[in-house]
Design a protein around this ligand. Structure first.
Ligand SMILES: *[C@@H]1O[C@H](CO)[C@@H](O)[C@H](O)[C@H]1NC(C)=O
Length: 214
């Protein structure tokens, strides 16, 4: 049994940076993981092809080293308000590998939450695809999950996407919540808050007031 929280739009927008799905019960106990993950080959830009309950488009990640930890920057676009205005989220999360012998079992801390949650690289071939899953138990609610199917390119062939989708149901994640992210017309996605002087930044939401910037 699952449910999705309904929040006021502003809150929903901010919450959607970390797209998620609330489920009853605890996080799935046995999430499969890529053994001997080579973290350096996993770094770089990933396009989010499918993701749990997301209303964003042009969603991509850039994973880089940050001292001992990693940094995961999320870029995504929302068209909920006026079409002429480009709403981009740029959000930074920290990734940590508590057990160096199992680097695929990471912890993530999103900027708007105080806690670290599990972030598991389920599978990747480094050059084409990856599947990742994060989950946290939420007191009195159940758990909040986020599944992601990633590609090095803005698209992923259906056979690969389907087989990655199936891996989610093997360990009890809700694969029906994985929605397709539109990666078309994503040129001009803002890269930083300071990139354009007509950007208004409200926390992680960056609104580009100049539609020509698209
Ligand atoms: C990814 O992040 C690195 C380090 O901040 C940066 O140099 C690089 O340009 C970024 N790549 C993209 C495509 O945003």
């Amino acid at each position: 049994m699952k449910f999705i929280c309904v929040l006021p739009v502003a809150l929903l927008l901010v919450g959607s940076v970390v797209s998620h799905q609330y489920n009853l019960g605890s996080c799935p106990p046995d999430v499969p993981f890529q053994s001997h993950l080579d973290i350096d080959k996993f770094l770089g830009v990933w396009y989010v092809i499918q993701m749990s309950s997301s209303a964003s488009a042009c969603h991509k990640l850039n994973i880089t080293r940050d001292g001992e930890d990693l940094r995961l920057v999320t870029y995504s676009r929302y068209g909920l308000l006026q079409k002429a205005v480009d709403h981009t989220f740029i959000d930074t999360a920290a990734l940590r590998m508590p057990d160096p012998t199992e680097p695929a079992k990471m912890k993530i801390k999103y900027s708007m939450y105080m806690w670290w949650e599990d972030f598991t690289v389920i599978s990747t071939d480094y050059d084409n695809f990856a599947a990742a899953f994060s989950c946290v138990n939420v007191i009195h609610v159940g758990n909040r999950q986020n599944g992601m199917i990633l590609s090095r390119k803005p698209y992923l062939d259906l056979a690969t996407a389907d087989s990655l989708r199936k891996t989610f149901e093997f360990f009890g994640a809700d694969r029906s919540s994985l929605s397709f992210i539109n990666q078309k017309d994503c040129t001009g996605l803002l890269k930083s808050k300071s990139e354009h002087d007509r950007i208004i930044s409200l926390g992680t939401l960056n609104i580009n007031r100049d539609p020509k910037h698209k």
